[in-house]
Design a protein around this ligand. Structure first.
Ligand code: ZN
Length: 214
């Protein structure tokens, strides 16, 4: 972390602690709200247990540290978006790329065609997946095995488990389940990527995410 980054983070942390103290002082936070906003409480250390995942059932494979930036989200950056990607290749080659320090990019998760989920980067950290610094800082990136041009890449199992993952992420950070907050890589400003492409069924996906949230 650079000195400037450290200064900014300290300032941000002080603000958040002040805000939380004021809110608790006036007792406006209900108990369940407090548990949802646990990260705003002072001195809460977030564990980084080796192999631990943020989504139950996901398998952990660490990305190269060159493909993300260590952070303390959502304390330092609010998480308010999920970005949907397609790998343009198979699962194994995507994992290989994300573990390669020369690749320069990686997502938090990959969902396979069979629905199994691998986590490569903690949600605490900023993954380099969107090609846009601000969007990287504020989002969780989910890759899907397959090809933009191949509709058969997107299996029922993939939609179902990816929707459960996105629902959990939206629940964790209070992200609304709609197309302003659950977006495709193609919708990130400045990108030249087209994923997830025309075969990705957004209507179905959002419906499944909403159902999994309920
Ligand atoms: Zn992408």
């Amino acid at each position: 972390m650079s000195g400037a980054d450290a200064d900014r983070r300290l300032g941000r942390r002080a603000l958040l602690v002040g805000g939380a103290a004021a809110a608790v002082g006036t007792a406006v936070l209900a108990r369940d709200e407090l548990s949802r906003l646990w990260w705003r409480l002072p001195d809460v250390e977030k564990a980084r247990v080796a192999g631990a995942v943020d989504f139950r059932g996901a398998r952990w494979v660490a990305a190269s540290a060159a493909n993300y930036r260590r952070a303390d989200r959502p304390a330092d950056y609010p998480a308010d978006r999920v970005v949907v990607h397609v790998t343009q290749g198979g699962y194994a080659s995507a994992v290989r790329a994300f573990r390669d320090p020369a690749h320069g990019a990686a997502a938090h998760y990959i969902v396979r065609e069979d629905g199994r989920i691998t986590q490569l980067i903690r949600e605490l950290d900023v993954a380099f997946h969107a090609g846009n610094r601000e969007y990287n800082e504020r989002s969780v990136g989910i890759e899907h095995e397959g090809f933009v041009t191949d509709a058969s890449s997107f299996t029922d199992a993939m939609y179902a488990s990816s929707a459960r993952l996105t629902a959990a992420i939206c629940g964790r950070y209070g992200i609304p389940v709609d197309r302003r907050h659950v977006i495709g890589h193609v919708e990130v400003p400045g990108t030249d990527h087209t994923d997830p492409g025309p075969h990705w069924d957004w209507e179905r996906y959002i419906r499944l995410v909403r159902r999994a949230r309920a």
